[in-house]
Ligand binder design. Structure first.
Ligand code: SAH
Length: 219
């Protein structure tokens, strides 16, 4: 952090945060407005809280990470969420991405394999009055069959390939954004659109996410 950033008041900090998002390609006004409303500082605890407004991933509980804000913005932008949409997020983590989606969609379901992360995220959603988010502890690689199908699906952990239950739970015309890759270091963000004739795949950019792991966590 520069001395400048350290001496910022909330208004300057917010301007700097939004400027960094824009300069990294987050240009959709609705996404920027949602990110302006949701305070990332509420989702980062302890030692790293003071770095919440920097464009970097940060550690959260259970050895996981809250994604870099510009990546959250670019993924949200690619998802092209509409006001009446029902969205599934796999990988609640801190809850930050779900909170942003809650500003854009009618209803957000989010799942994480770590019970502790789900509980902590629910506390923040409650404190912020975000009543259109439902968070579950579940292995999201199976999707959420009882709430399916979804208009939009976002996965914030990397699998080798798009999990087939998630593809199946996407509505016709629906969009899924997810990182895929064979290793922890080389992954691509892809956008999948479900068409009548099948699925269209578009590669967006290289990214680096924690892996999608099967089964529930111990914490
Ligand atoms: N979207 C989060 C960042 C997620 S980090 C945020 O905004 O903070 C990736 C998350 O995916 C981790 O919390 C990890 O526990 C979760 N995860 C990994 N594999 C999973 C699976 N099979 N089902 C559900 N969650 C999973």
């Amino acid at each position: 952090m520069t001395d400048d950033a350290a001496s910022d008041g909330p208004a300057e900090r917010q301007m700097r945060f939004l400027f960094a998002l824009r300069s990294r390609g987050v240009t959709d006004t609705r996404v920027l407005t949602a990110m302006e409303r949701i305070d990332r500082g509420a989702f980062v605890r302890g030692l790293f809280a003071e770095r919440a407004y920097e464009d970097m991933p940060l550690p959260i509980s259970c050895g996981q990470t809250i994604s870099q804000p510009s990546v959250v913005g670019l993924m949200t932008q690619a998802l092209n969420v509409q006001p009446r949409d029902t969205v599934l997020e796999v990988g609640t983590g801190s809850g930050y991405q779900a909170a942003i989606l809650s500003q854009l969609a009618r209803r957000v379901y989010t799942v994480d394999r770590h019970r502790r992360l789900v509980r902590e995220a629910q506390d923040v959603f409650r404190a912020m009055g975000l009543v259109n988010i439902t968070a579950f502890t579940a292995d999201g690689s199976h999707g959420l069959p009882e709430q399916a199908p979804f208009d939009r699906i976002i996965v914030t952990a990397a699998a080798e390939d798009p999990p087939s239950p998630l593809l199946a739970q996407l509505k016709l015309g629906g969009i899924m954004v997810l990182p895929v890759g064979q290793s922890d270091t080389v992954q691509s963000l892809i956008k999948v659109t479900r068409l009548e004739s099948g699925y269209d795949y578009e590669e967006l950019r290289p990214v680096r996410f924690v892996p999608l792991v099967e089964g529930l966590g111990t914490e």
